[in-house]
Design a protein around this ligand. Structure first.
Ligand code: AMP
Ligand code: GLY
Length: 428
């Protein structure tokens, strides 16, 4: 079969590499891809949010399976677009339709969905500009820190966690009445702060059955010790040491099963990945957020641990045959270190030549923000390269990932040196 992956980050490179290994995959295309995905398949100059252009690519390259990497095309309704066109009846699409994508596209929808299905999550209320006074009183019912969330997609920036009540009030007003996050904050979710350690869990579902992929933990802050601004993700580890069999069972029965059943009960067809952003509060899992796609950089840690054929799993999901499928994993630990551009997540320069990419070694070098310029691989984004290594334990995986990351070079390169350190004693 011919496969088209939409997206251009480290997640898409990790997915591309895994799908390229599938015996079922004849030709692999990535749109728009990056310098790394160009080595796994053919990059196409197509914007994933330009559905007519995607359709043209699907036609031109006889695509059988379309895997949507990022959330934006899903929330915009790429599946609904293709389903409305009879000529694409046989096209397998991985990613939910507009209705299912609301799990990520609207925090209010996600919270109400969880409430309807008894899925554990923080206490919340949703407000618009018309109910500012009510929103402020509701805010005052919480202890600090205060959690404010723009309802819609805000490029990962729409969540504010604020210690001071007055500041929280001001931000709440800015979100609701001054469109701080544009239309995304015309509705705001106010919710209780949950204190615990986060973990990302991934299910691939056909809408009835599901398979779970290995869990991972990502590191979102730019600075060591989880300090500084939020980023798209600075590294990941998989497995996650506290994610033992008892916790995994709670996640399955309290969260994953009710979510998949809830979607079916509400007649929301769902073929694709569900990413559960969870928090472990004293041994019990709570949902912080849903995403309707794989995580980044979690994919860069999870995909190398997936022993099963991803092409086969995706086909089974699209054909509603996941009940017969199972996924097997490499028991080793994976550690991913993200190198970024100097200045990221604020302003940074692009177009810096990257060297050290082709040094052979026992690690995966996934491209995140890279592009070819006059035949040379250069930086083209904030997150640049994700280096993943495997080890018998986390310590070994981290050691190998850092050794490989050190061989990379570009002007302004930065990476956190403490990925996974909380779980790996004696590591600095
Ligand atoms: P989100 O965009 O929903 O992933 O939120 C971004 C980050 O904010 C999460 O990864 C958490 O670290 C944090 N966060 C969101 N909601 C809460 C909450 N209710 N309690 C504690 N931390 C939260
Ligand atoms: N790593 C978090 C995300 O992909 O949203």
């Amino acid at each position: 079969m011919n496969v088209l992956i939409l997206g251009s980050g480290g997640r898409e490179h990790a997915l591309a590499r895994k799908i390229a290994q599938s015996p079922d995959c004849d030709h692999l295309f990535i749109a728009p891809g990056n310098a790394g995905t160009g080595r796994e398949g053919t990059n196409l100059r197509v914007n994933p949010e330009d559905f007519d252009a995607v359709a043209e690519a699907v036609r031109a390259h006889s695509i059988d399976l379309l895997l949507v990497g990022p959330e934006a095309p899903l929330v915009k309704g790429i599946r609904d677009y293709f389903e409305a066109l009879p000529e694409f009846e046989a096209l397998r699409i991985i990613g939910p339709g507009k209705a299912g994508a609301q799990l990520e596209g609207s925090k209010d929808f996600a919270k109400a969905f969880m409430a309807r299905h008894g899925i554990p999550t923080a206490r919340y209320g949703t407000f618009t500009a018309g109910d500012l006074a009510e929103a402020e009183s509701f805010l005052e019912t919480f202890e600090p820190p205060y959690v404010l969330k723009a309802d819609g997609l805000a490029g990962g920036k729409g969540v504010l966690i604020i210690d001071n009540l007055n500041e929280a009030r001001l931000e709440l007003r800015a979100m609701l009445t001054e469109a701080k996050f544009g239309a995304a904050s015309s509705k705001v979710v106010i919710e209780a702060f949950l204190d615990g350690i986060e973990v990302s869990v991934f299910a691939l579902t056909d809408g009835t059955d599901f398979v779970l992929l290995p869990e991972a933990k990502d590191y979102k802050r730019i600075g060591e010790g989880d300090t500084g601004l939020n980023t798209g993700g600075m590294g990941a580890v998989s497995p996650v040491p506290f994610y033992d069999a008892a916790f995994a069972e709670k996640v399955r029965t309290r969260i994953v099963e009710p979510t998949v059943r809830g979607l079916a009960a509400e007649n929301i067809p769902y073929v694709g990945f569900i990413f559960f952003g969870l928090i472990n509060v004293d041994g019990d899992p709570f949902v912080i957020e849903y995403n309707v796609r794989m995580g980044d950089p979690e994919s860069e840690a999870v995909m190398p641990r997936l022993a099963s054929d991803l092409g086969e799993l995706l086909t089974a999901a699209a054909d509603g045959r996941l009940a017969e499928a199972s996924a097997s994993f490499d028991p080793r630990h994976a550690a991913t270190v993200m190198t970024v551009s100097g200045g990221y997540p604020e302003g940074y320069e692009k177009g810096k030549k990257i060297s050290g990419l082709n040094i052979p070694g026992d690690a995966f070098v996934f491209h995140a923000g890279t592009a070819l310029q006059a035949g040379e691989v250069c930086t083209s984004g904030g997150r640049v390269i994700a280096v993943t290594a495997m080890g018998q334990d986390l310590k070994e995986a981290l050691k190998k990932a850092y050794e490989r990351a050190e061989t990379l070079e570009y002007e302004g390169m930065y990476y956190r040196k403490d990925i996974g350190a909380e779980f790996a004693d004696g590591l600095t």
